[in-house]
Structure formats: C-alpha cells, structure tokens
Design a protein around this ligand. Sequence first.
Ligand SMILES: [Zn+2]
Length: 209
Amino acid sequence: MGTIWDYSKVAPTRLGRAVLDFLLPARCVTCSEPVMEHNVLCAACWSKLNIIEPPRCEIYGTPLPFASGDTSLSVAAAQHSANWDRARAAVSFDDHSRRLVHALKYHDRHEVVWLMAQLMGRSAVDILDDAHLIVPVPLYWGRMWTRRFNQAALLAQRIAGSAAGNYRPDLLRRRRPTRPQVGLSTRARRENVKGAFCVAEGLESDVSF
Ligand SMILES: [Zn+2]
C-alpha cells in the first residue's frame, strides 16, 4: 500500500508549499483533473454533486419538493415513526457522490476527508449545534487491525473540530463483526447490526439516554 500524504496535517511554509505543489500538483479528488487547490473537486465534478438543501424532511433528511410550514415531513416519516430524532445526508447517493465515498471507503484516499467533512458539517449544522457528543461508528477490532484506520472516525474527528460537541471515539464498541450492509434489504440490514454495538465498559455514565 502506498504512502498517503495528508496535507491537512501539514502547515508548510510558502516555499515548502510551492515545492510540494510542484512535486504533487493539485488534482480533483475524483477525476484527477488539475485544480488550483489540494483536496477539492474541479468545477465539473462539483456541479454534478447533488447537494441536499432545504426544504428537506426534518426527520429523514431527504429532499422535499417544497416547504410546508415550520416542520416539514416526508411521506416516509409521516407513515413510519423513526427511532431517531433527526438524520441528515450531505448529498444524494449517485454515480458522482459514489466516487467520493468509494475513494475513502475502498481506496484509502484520506485527502477526501476534508471535503466530505465540510459537506457533512454544512448539511448537519442544526444537529451539530445541539450535539453533546460526536461518536463515530466503531469498527470490529479485527477489521480495525487490517484496515489500520476507521473512516467514520476520520470524518467525525474533522466534523467535531468545528462543532460544539465532544468527539468521543471511545464510547461505542462493536461486539462482533458484521457483513457489509451494501446490497442488503432494510430488514436484513437491521438484523445484521442487531446487538452489534454497545457502550464501552466503564463509560456507561458518560452516556445519558
Ligand atoms: Zn473533477
């Protein structure tokens, strides 16, 4: 596996930056076209991202065709009571956003973390303003051993940097390995992760329900 240069952890001098830009010229993180800044999308890729903006469902976070009063709910939210208060998605999942997600998830492209965290933080600003804790979904220890990092933790840590809540990657533990959720039905997904997570031993008092 090749070395990954994470510019976000580096604060080079102007000369150092110029040298780095010469050695590693800035490229669009999804299509590799030359761009002016590191860790960004080119104009063409940016225009193809389907960013979810209000009006949207207050509970599911899905886009709505028009605003309907103070609290907008989708048909799905009105018909099925959710187990959560508010969920947000930064972009619709399609061919363009898939490339961004897969770059981090399957190709260890850490340089997309900054961009993805910016999009996620912007989309969830109303939730983050009220959040006490920011907790990434943990990996099973065996998976963590082979991957060396948890993508969810990278994103959560970056998002927490500009949010009020405390970043707590230690609070949750994954009890057992689970199958990938990709391709599973809603019911199968639920069964797959049922009982898979718990609050880490000794930290129960840090979480109030
Ligand atoms: Zn591009």
